[in-house]
Design a protein around this ligand. Structure first.
Ligand code: SF4
Length: 351
């Protein structure tokens, strides 16, 4: 059933019209419900109470209350990153992470799209859980509502949450329809109000779903690469056995819309993928792709062989990539001390 948190407003308006409201009545009713929920933070009964009799009857017939999703725990890191442990209606747990950039110009929310994950990357805590279930679109979008409610009273002079990345628990393309609806809600002006350019969906490289992704989701795409050749990538990321690096690149070249580039993420592991020769392989793979590259300093994870590199090695890699004309950035870990950094999300309650 539809909800004001998980169903795109454009679809709600159509539902209201199908149920007998005239177009302008449907538009006003959806606008009132969305404003009550997303701007004023009203409860569902209070949002319904603001509608006229006819619109209220229709809303009660075609919609259900938003899911009972709550923040169970908050961990605050030394760098200000906040990890929210989110309890879903069935008691399952996921994590969302609020990251305030150290330069102070943006605050980003990292959301989860699945409970656990079936892709089983060896460096990732979530992968160890296996896939438990997909999140509903409402459970994904509710993470933005919850995070804003948590962040606003504590943010002080830091910016509000205006960026969302799907880099939390789960592989978003394995739950594509729910992710598409959640992105549509988050980026609708009467609901989440984010610019689609400030939303990034990160995939492990499920290349055969890219046409569907670009047809359904208006957001940036990130691809988690992490290895410069098939041998190492297949060892760390089982997806590579189904879709190797050449196939992934070909799919990106074929399906990326003309006005978009792809953000390639490369976790740097000490001694495993950080040599000059690795940079050269990476440069070759990136050739011909409209891409930006994030070098991510590895965090301590479940694979004890894949360790944090020295910053000297990361800088050397960065310089080599820049010299080759690659648009590369170094991304420093946020929230490492609370297990809130890349690859560390495992959603376990400690109390
Ligand atoms: S890195 Fe992403 S795709 Fe891989 S196991 Fe972790 S959550 Fe899943």
């Amino acid at each position: 059933m539809a909800s004001i948190v998980g169903t795109p407003p454009v679809r709600l308006r159509a539902l209201f019209q199908d149920a007998g409201l005239r177009p302008h009545q449907a538009r006003l009713a959806v606008h009132a419900l969305a404003t009550s929920t997303w701007r004023k933070g009203l409860s569902w009964p209070d949002a319904l109470a603001r509608l006229g009799r006819q619109a209220r009857a229709v809303a009660e017939a075609v919609m259900q209350a938003p899911p009972g999703v709550v923040v169970r725990q908050v961990a605050v890191a030394a760098d200000g990153t906040r990890k929210l442990l989110v309890a879903l209606p069935d008691g399952a747990l996921v994590e969302s992470v609020v990251i305030a950039a150290t330069d102070g110009d943006r605050t980003t929310l990292c959301v989860s799209s699945q409970v656990g994950c079936g892709r089983r990357c060896t460096f990732c805590e979530t992968g160890r859980l296996g896939l438990v279930r997909n999140l509903e679109s409402s459970e994904i979008a509710a993470q933005l509502l919850l995070a804003r409610a948590h962040w606003e009273p504590v943010r002080g002079a830091r910016p509000p949450i205006r960026n969302v990345v799907f880099m939390g628990m789960g592989e978003p393309l394995d739950n594509l329809d729910a992710v598409a609806d959640a992105v549509a809600v988050m980026t609708d002006p009467v609901a989440g109000g984010l610019s689609w350019r400030h939303v990034t969906v990160s995939t492990v490289g499920v290349a055969w779903k890219l046409p569907d992704f670009f047809a359904k989701v208006r957001a940036n795409l990130a691809v988690s690469l992490n290895a410069p050749d098939d041998d190492r990538r297949a060892r760390w990321m089982p997806i590579n056995s189904r879709c190797d690096l050449a196939s992934l690149k070909a799919a990106l070249q074929q399906h990326l819309p003309a006005d978009r580039d792809v953000l390639v993420e490369y976790i740097v592991f000490d001694g495993h993928n950080d040599r000059d020769a690795d940079a050269d392989l990476l440069i070759r793979w990136l050739g011909g792709l409209p891409a930006r590259l994030n070098l991510i300093v590895a965090n301590p994870g479940p694979d004890r062989h894949l360790r944090t590199p020295t910053m000297d090695r990361v800088r050397a890699l960065h310089q080599r990539l820049l010299a080759a004309g690659i648009r590369a950035m170094v991304r420093h870990p946020h929230g490492r001390d609370i297990g809130g950094a890349c690859g560390q999300l495992a959603a376990s309650a400690t109390a």
